[in-house]
Write a protein that binds this ligand. Structure first.
Ligand SMILES: Cc1cc2nc3c(=O)[nH]c(=O)nc-3n(C[C@H](O)[C@H](O)[C@H](O)COP(=O)(O)O)c2cc1C
Length: 413
């Protein structure tokens, strides 16, 4: 019998907020916003369902701080208080039981697709690798004034998030989006105070953290999702990541969620994990064990957890304070309650492939298939674990095209 007592234990963060158990729902982009990137009632329904599912901490899919810089059509953006009423309903529905609902804030930088962005921005004007250039334009380097403006956008969005009643925020510092581009020596080749040394590359995220801290209450959790590494030659390494984790710890960060990879090297969903890592279930546990002694910030490791025994061991061993789940909660929204009550001990998550190499090679397929399950839950239906990946893919291609056109039309001017 697995000892679940550590998984059931509440966790108090350094800001004083308490999470009711050790299972977190990691961010999953829902794509359920309107064409002009406002929240919808579908999101309220989806998060009500998760709130009933026993997960202690639920983190929203990435919400953009600039509606002109999107990762996908259907992203929600928070730039001001125009959607406060709907955000309030979303926050309330997501916290009806014992879970806390945090908002993940993001800017995609160069990982904003061509159809949504003719001139994406990034620390430096370096394109993504040639395989991805069909989908992504070469970015323009940000000016210093623009960098300051983006920091302010994160802070302003966080203030709106707190006002709406969400319980915390998370900066998306992982997966190759703008914050992670700044951290990477491969993507950030600036010569000014925002590039070069690790200290300079980390300035952007630290300034975002400080600006948010100044705008929210002292008891409001501020966290980050950070890559343990980018897994690219010349990229952000595990050693650099650990040094950044120490800087964030010193600055006062409440929780660091550990992930890894980016669009060029998609390790976040486990496609390229070594067999030894897969045998340990979670992808980034070794990294967590190494930083555990170096930081006092709470840690959450996400990626690969599928069994009660694996999750309980990761927390009991002290490698991490929390375990993060994404795909399991898209096909079984109450998996956490089932694990904690002892009624379920395992979930099978198989690769979602169409069988067509060209499509499957784009790591996007997993995301598309799971996002479709989120949409089903948001419509009050049950997830469909055997839904055909090819059918979902074709449907998504069509919808992305239509939604992108709608989004471009909805833009002023
Ligand atoms: C549909 C989908 C959307 C995702 N969107 C986000 C996102 O918005 N922000 C983020 O940090 N990670 C995102 N991820 C990555 C997950 O949070 C998580 O790191 C990854 O799926 C590994 O966890 P898992 O093995 O439990 O699925 C997404 C994953 C999926 C499947």
């Amino acid at each position: 019998m697995t000892d679940l007592s550590r998984l059931k234990q509440p966790l108090t963060l350094r800001c004083g907020a308490t999470i009711s158990n050790r299972i977190g729902k990691s961010a999953m982009s829902e794509g359920l916003g309107t064409a002009d990137n406002r929240p919808t009632d579908k999101l309220v329904k989806l998060y009500r369902t998760w709130a009933e599912g026993g997960t202690g901490l639920v983190i929203t899919g990435n919400i953009m701080v600039d509606r002109l810089a999107l990762g996908e059509p259907g992203n929600v953006a928070i730039e001001d208080e125009r959607d406060l009423e709907l955000l309030r309903r979303w926050a309330a529905a997501g916290q009806r039981h014992q879970s806390q609902l945090w908002v993940q804030l993001n800017h995609p930088g160069k990982q904003s697709p061509k159809m949504l962005s003719s001139e994406p921005v990034a620390p430096s004007a370096i394109p993504l690798d040639p395989r991805l250039q069909r989908f992504f334009q070469t970015p323009r380097a940000l000016t210093e004034a623009e960098i300051e403006g983006l920091i302010e956008r994160f802070a302003k969005a966080a203030a709106v998030v707190e006002k709406a009643g969400f319980a915390g925020v998370q900066i998306h510092g992982a997966h190759g989006y703008l914050v992670s581009q700044f951290l990477s020596p491969l993507h950030n080749q600036r010569q000014d105070r925002w590039g070069g040394s690790l200290e300079n590359r980390a300035r952007f995220v630290l300034e975002i953290y400080r600006a948010i801290r100044q705008r929210v209450s002292p008891g409001f959790p501020v966290s980050i999702k950070l890559n343990s590494a980018d897994f690219q030659r010349g990229g952000f390494t595990a050693e650099e990541s650990m040094a950044v984790a120490e800087m964030l710890d010193t600055a006062g960060m409440d929780l660091i969620e550990i992930s890894g990879g980016n669009y060029e090297s998609p390790n976040m969903t486990g496609r390229r994990q070594a067999a030894s890592t897969q045998a340990r279930e979670a992808y980034f546990l070794e990294y967590a064990e190494q930083i555990r002694d170096r930081v006092s910030t709470a840690l959450m490791v996400t990626g690969g957890f599928r069994t009660a025994a694996g999750m309980a061991a990761a927390v009991a061993d002290g490698a991490t304070d929390m375990v993060g789940l994404a795909r399991p909660l898209a096909v079984c929204p109450d998996f956490s309650a089932r694990v904690l009550s002892g009624s379920d001990s395992e979930i099978t998550i198989k690769p979602r492939i169409t069988g067509i190499a060209m499509i499957d090679d784009m790591a996007m397929m997993e995301t598309v298939w799971y996002a479709r399950q989120l949409e089903r839950i948001a419509e009050g239906r049950r997830p469909k674990p055997n839904e055909s990946p090819l059918r979902v893919f074709l449907r998504q291609v069509l919808r992305t095209g239509v939604n992108s056109v709608r989004t471009l039309r909805a833009r002023p001017g």
